[in-house]
Design a protein around this ligand. Sequence first.
Ligand code: C5P
Length: 396
Amino acid sequence: MALLDGKHVLLGITGGIAAYKCAELVRGLRRAGAEVRVVMTAAAERFVTPTTLQALSGNPVRSSLWDEAAEAAMSHIELARWADVVLVAPASADALARFAGGQANDLLSTLCLATEAPVHLAPAMNRVMWANAATQANVAALRARGFRIHGPGSGEQACGETGEGRMLEPEQLIDALAGHAGPWQGRHLLITAGPTYEDLDPVRFLGNRSSGKMGFALAEAAMAKGAQVTLVAGPVMLQTPAGVRRIDVRTAVQMHEAVMAELAGIDTFIAAAAVADYRPKTVSAGKIKKSDADASLDLERTPDILAAVSASPLRPKRVVGFAAETEHLDQYAQEKMRNKNLDAIAANVVGMPGSGFESSHNALTVFTRGGRHAIPLATKRQAADALLDILLEQLP
Ligand code: C5P
């Protein structure tokens, strides 16, 4: 199987002398098995002709948002959806600035904003322009947002100078794309993480000791394996992994609403959040005053998010739960799997030091419909990688 077999690659070409290498790049991408569509900026057309790229890609080349015939054949939004991966090569300093600013003032920048596919950038420019603080800030912002930056390489430049700013060679870019086309490429994961807080009054709540680390590690691991990830997070003190779309919530009800609203198009749902099972029946508008008498709380059930996802008409292909138990791990986990109709459940013993809640490490026992799989004590990121591998292997 070729490196990029059947992958839809949208190649964006911006205005830089390295654009002359795009002819080779398109040929190489096709040789690697990809289907290629080319979008050029107006400046790119000053360096290479659309005719060349049309002939090599075998598809019409687009450059304008306002081309009525091309829009009728495949609108820019359809083109954004068509792409499994976007590669902008060369990415000029101006293109980086416009992408970093979220602009949509030509076809290519609009596509970069409208696509849910990973966007890879191959910067190429004069070494001083590359080193400029403005460019570096743009690159840092793009990287933090999940854009993948390849190069630039250093060496002799077309402008006669020597330094960092050369576009990577076509073969290097193809290898980089193939490396990122991980096993979860094209799949959209929805993950819940962290605790929920159920308010009693404006200053008090019922919460739990979940740190959110397992769910965040899963989000990061899934991104690294090529997935698209939406993370619904309860109140946690964690940084969003690069490229992950994060929705913050506080309560079980809010988490339920956020998850149900995101279900369309989801391939795999993983419920790693420690959702409160009960919430106070009433939330006091003012701070509850103490008195000498004892007090008790009236609690009511919260929605079971995992069970609701599993029973939904929009049920994802894989629905995966977590079971944190202090005893009878295997039995409780398997019961939960049956009761909630899950494809897999990852069980861990809590209440032991060095694993589970608040820890950076976890040991998991994963039950799938096919059997029992042990993930020995490892960092949560390693455990996340192993869990994702098991899920794909058991339910390809
Ligand atoms: O039934 P139990 O709460 O032990 O099941 C734990 C699993 O169910 C976890 O995956 C957790 O994220 C999920 N869950 C949920 N909504 C709830 C309670 C638990 O999604 N209200």
